[in-house]
Design a protein around this ligand. Structure first.
Ligand code: B16
Ligand code: MG
Length: 215
């Protein structure tokens, strides 16, 4: 597609706009320690972009016993309460480098902006960093049945914007997120932990490059 045809940019939240992955790690680590389950940062990397319950299943792969559905719901709720507690430390100074300028530049170009996140906490996070009203649409984990790599969240974002998927670009830090964007028929831009992923349409090192690769 011609670069000029991009009418909307959909941003993943965690790892692209703000980095809460350390908070996710701390929450899951606390749960794993309490349950006597081995957990480390390599395992934590597999949780990027993945829903809360699917993340718990990955954490429990190392468990010595079976957990019932009710126990799993309780553990997920406990992890979330730890995580939400850690989120209270967030402020606008946590917006990742270059993102505010890119959002301003895209807005000036008349490009529509959206969030496409697996998180059920996206609005709390956006509020804490002062960006709750910075997007034309928010699609998140509270509204979808299938999390990334399924394309549902990005298709929902494009629907909310009333822009065709083929005219949307997605910025993602997770391999599952790039697969999700590709599955939605969108242009995918990989940054940070996904920046070497060969399936991405574009691979970038810095947020500023979003503008040069897409326009
Ligand atoms: P929550 P994203 C994702 O956010 C995180 O990357 C992933 O680690 C987390 O498990 C998921 O949200 C669900 O988060 O427990 O807050 O609902 O990268 O899709 O913005
Ligand atoms: Mg992410």
């Amino acid at each position: 597609m011609n670069k000029q045809e991009i009418k909307a940019v959909i941003f993943d939240l965690d790892g692209v706009i703000v980095s809460t992955d350390e908070f996710h790690y701390m929450g899951w680590k606390k749960i794993a320690d309490e349950e006597g389950i081995y957990f480390d940062k390599t395992i934590n990397n597999r949780l990027r972009g993945v829903s809360r319950m699917e993340s718990l299943d990955i954490v429990l792969e190392r468990a010595a016993r079976f957990y019932s559905e009710n126990e799993k719901l309780e553990l997920a709720a406990k992890k979330n309460s730890y995580y939400v507690g850690f989120l209270s430390a967030l402020s606008p100074s946590d917006i990742l480098e270059g993102i505010s300028d890119v959002l301003d530049a895209l807005r000036k170009k008349g490009v529509k902006l959206a969030i496409g996140s697996s998180s059920r906490n996206s609005k709390i996070i956006l509020e804490k960093i002062g960006l709750l009203n910075a997007f034309d649409a928010i699609a998140d984990g509270t509204e979808i049945k299938r999390s990334k790599p399924d394309p549902e969240v990005f298709l929902l974002a494009s629907k909310k914007l009333s822009i065709e998927p083929s005219e949307c670009a997605v910025i993602e830090d997770a391999l599952a997120g790039i697969d999700s964007a590709n599955g939605a028929g969108m242009v995918s831009v990989a940054i940070s932990d996904a920046k070497s992923y060969e399936k991405a349409t574009y691979r970038i090192e810095t947020a500023q490059e979003i503008l040069s690769v897409l326009f």
